[in-house]
Design a protein around this ligand. Sequence first.
Ligand code: SAM
Length: 284
Amino acid sequence: MDNAIESALYIVPTPIGNLSDITLRAVEVLKNVDYIGAEDTRHSQLLLNNYGIKTKMFSLHDYNEIQKRDYLVNTIKEGKSVALISDAGTPLISDPGYHVVSYCRDLGIKVIPLPGPCAAITALSASGLPTNNFIFMGFLPTKEKALNTELSAILDETRTCVFYESPKRIVYTLEAINEVLGSERRVVIGRELTKTFESFYDLPAGQMLDFLREDPNRTRGEFVLMIAGIQEKNEISPKVVETMKLLMNEMPLKKAASICAAIYQLKKNELYDYALKNGLADQK
Ligand code: SAM
């Protein structure tokens, strides 16, 4: 693929803190497109100045995206090129751009994405949580009822859940996580990524809440909140069932479950419940 600028809409990620986190291609595209549609032109001017980018900007944000999309499409149809940027990270990821991109796609306008910074992926990659299967859920609702409903929906979630959260709400959200998902659910927070005070906190929800409350500095800045998925329940294998039966011939169910759990490194309560539900105790 050569890097010549086409008549198209370019989706260009920008740094999430450290200004050096911009790709050579992103700078090249921003320098050479006809226009840049920016979420906040004043904010993005700093980035443009830093890289000597002189391209004309226009504003394209949540509140004018639908009005501006015809202007944008017509500009591209006239043979011009436009780059879309947000204040930080990848446009459209909890940022404006969805209406414009879907409109362009519907009308057959070429949309060219550039890879680059995204807080969710940056945090996840260093979190130590499973990354093979995860869900990104953006910002959690602010209203208590909706927040609890959304958290209840991930009670049995086995995938890593990734959220964005603000400094104003991080403690409130942790309280809700603690309440709905329990104090033992593992939470990892990626704070101020790529910046001076970058930190990762990895604690069960209850302890995380205490940890954040202990020091107001820990609730400053920007946050990616990650909630570990629950362990998938292992099928009780035929071998384990056989062992349970043998043990139960010799001892009470509770003791059998405890010994069997130790042998196979399973949870004794699960074995106990399994034996009751599957009538192992009755077969004696
Ligand atoms: N589009 C952006 C992206 O690709 O990451 C996200 C935009 S969203 C409006 C902003 C939220 O992203 C912040 O409230 C915070 O939750 C998260 N975020 C952005 N920069 C971050 C950083 N440097 N460290 C931690 N979280 C960050």
